[in-house]
Design a protein around this ligand. Structure first.
Ligand SMILES: *[C@@H]1O[C@H](CO)[C@@H](O)[C@H](O)[C@H]1NC(C)=O
Ligand SMILES: *[C@@H]1O[C@H](CO)[C@@H](O)[C@H](O)[C@H]1NC(C)=O
Ligand SMILES: *[C@@H]1O[C@H](CO)[C@@H](O)[C@H](O)[C@H]1NC(C)=O
Length: 464
């Protein structure tokens, strides 16, 4: 006699309820099954462990030539002996890549597909190699415990703890294709609104990855003439009967220029990936790309769950609005502005390709202006200190704003502020249906710093 396992919707069910259900199942098994049956059968159904690093495998694809400059991307997020995965290269590494670093995932050389490419006259051989990589990963990492496969490029940066946490909320026994669209509206139009853009990374449940792998050769034959590997992957997955589950934490970054506006108004969703950081301006002033990424990761190491999460609060006496993007930036505005407005990224950036007209982006934006009442004073993440009572992140002013004050009569002087300290709880924040709230303290007439304390919002608290 068997009982179906209750589906664990993780995080949603309370432990007592589960214990009660399992207790009941055990008891029912015990009273209703003949005695000799017990000897050969484990009676207590095991609670499936929470999804952890062992259940997730990363498949990364890159070229040997580009890797000499790109290795630092992968090593910024890879956790040796913790994350599992394979880095597929087009040919064996040479020169300064050898001996192969412990700080990188183990590499393999991709399968030789010459014959297949000749036979199919594939439009872009590189794409075939990328999609075929999914099959190679499933083949090379056979393991009964696997639940998820994450595919990415050599310049994708993953926030691995957040990935593990969000995957805990999905049923890994089902078919899932989780990814992100392009920020640039035309890229979705040109390729597909239904595809996960591969630079941002996409995630397949292991059953789906296996199904895709077993049909790989046919799938590649069907779509050999497609222009991008992401469109091929999407099409093969669609043929299995599965479509994209978009997640707002993936970032293809089909943008150019200054990303600060984008990274300062992240959607209320855990940050999962960033891509193309080598094709935009370094994200922190006064640093190069490599240093900026390392700097961002210092914050991510202290608390990945709050990374780039936007928290907004007001200081009523001064009419200031403060917007914090945890681990990245802090803004002071000299008037009270609703959260719905501050959630729109300031359009500091440009689209991937110049366009004659809007729409350009898949999200709302705010235009830059020279109006003192609308332009923020901008501070960037400088350092993080983790102590038992909380995490202190400090944000420093990058430059003077260069505009007169919004109110000429106000006693409060935001131009004097050079530093903002944000205090957040020492514990990571589980994905919640609601953002955090904050309180501003220490705003004085001539003070040069203010402090912002993050906390859970009150039950009926309205941020206005
Ligand atoms: C990873 O594990 C191996 C074997 O246990 C060990 O030799 C190596 O030092 C570890 N590497 C790191 C970076 O912890
Ligand atoms: C804050 O805004 C209110 C309403 O616009 C105004 O009456 C008040 O003087 C402002 N206070 C300061 C300190 O600017
Ligand atoms: C703001 O003013 C400066 C100097 O006059 C000008 O160069 C810049 O384009 C203006 N910015 C906007 C968004 O209007």
């Amino acid at each position: 006699m068997t009982f179906p396992l209750p589906v664990l919707s993780l995080g949603a069910r309370n432990v007592c309820e589960l214990l009660f259900i399992f207790g009941l199942i055990t008891y029912l098994n015990f009273v209703s099954v003949p005695n000799d049956y017990h000897k050969s059968k484990v009676l207590v159904p095991e609670v499936e462990p929470q999804t952890n690093f062992n259940h997730v495998v990363f498949g990364l694809l890159g070229s040997e030539k580009a890797l000499h400059d790109r290795k630092h991307y992968i090593e910024s997020w890879w956790r040796p002996n913790v994350t599992r995965g394979v880095f597929y290269l087009d040919k064996a590494p040479t020169g300064d890549l050898m001996p192969w670093s412990d700080a990188s995932p183990p590499f393999r050389v991709s399968d030789d597909l010459t014959k297949f490419l000749q036979e199919t006259k594939a439009r872009r051989p590189k794409n075939i190699r990328m999609v075929h990589g999914i099959m190679e990963l499933v083949r090379d990492m056979r393991d009964a415990n696997l639940r998820w496969v994450v595919m990415g490029d050599d310049d994708s940066i993953f926030f691995v703890e957040n990935i593990i946490d969000i995957l805990g909320g999905f049923d890994h026994r089902k078919y899932y294709y989780i990814g992100g669209r392009s920020e640039f509206i035309m890229a979705n139009y040109w390729y597909s609104f239904n595809q996960g853009f591969g630079g941002a990374g996409f995630i397949l449940s292991y059953p789906l990855a296996k199904a895709l792998a077993s049909d790989m050769e046919n799938c590649l034959r069907r779509y050999a003439q497609f222009f991008t590997s992401d469109t091929m992957t999407m099409s093969c997955i669609a043929d299995i009967g599965v479509n994209l589950s978009p997640h707002k934490g993936f970032h293809q970054i089909d943008l150019h220029g200054d990303l600060s506006g984008f990274l300062s108004s992240h959607p209320k969703s855990p940050l999962l990936s960033l891509h193309h950081l080598g094709t935009v301006k370094p994200i922190f002033p006064g640093m190069d790309t490599h240093q900026s990424i390392r700097h961002l990761m210092e914050a991510a190491t202290a608390d990945q769950s709050r990374m780039l999460q936007q928290t907004i609060c007001y200081h009523r006496q001064s009419n200031w609005s403060l917007s914090i993007s945890w681990g990245y930036s802090a803004h002071i505005y000299e008037q009270i502005m609703p959260r719905s407005h501050l959630q729109r990224p300031l359009e500091t950036f440009k689209p991937w390709k110049a366009r004659p007209s809007r729409p350009l982006y898949m999200f709302d934006t705010r235009l830059l202006s020279n109006n003192s009442c609308y332009e923020p004073h901008v501070f960037f993440f400088e350092k993080v200190d983790k102590v038992s009572m909380g995490i202190f992140t400090t944000y420093s002013r990058a430059r003077t704003r260069g505009l007169p004050p919004c109110s000429l009569t106000s006693q409060y002087k935001p131009d004097l502020i050079s530093q903002i300290t944000v205090v957040s709880p020492p514990t990571k924040r589980k994905e919640k249906d609601r953002c955090e709230c904050c309180d501003v303290v220490g705003v004085g007439g001539t003070g040069t710093s203010v402090e912002v304390k993050l906390r859970e919002c009150g039950l009926n608290e309205v941020i206005a």
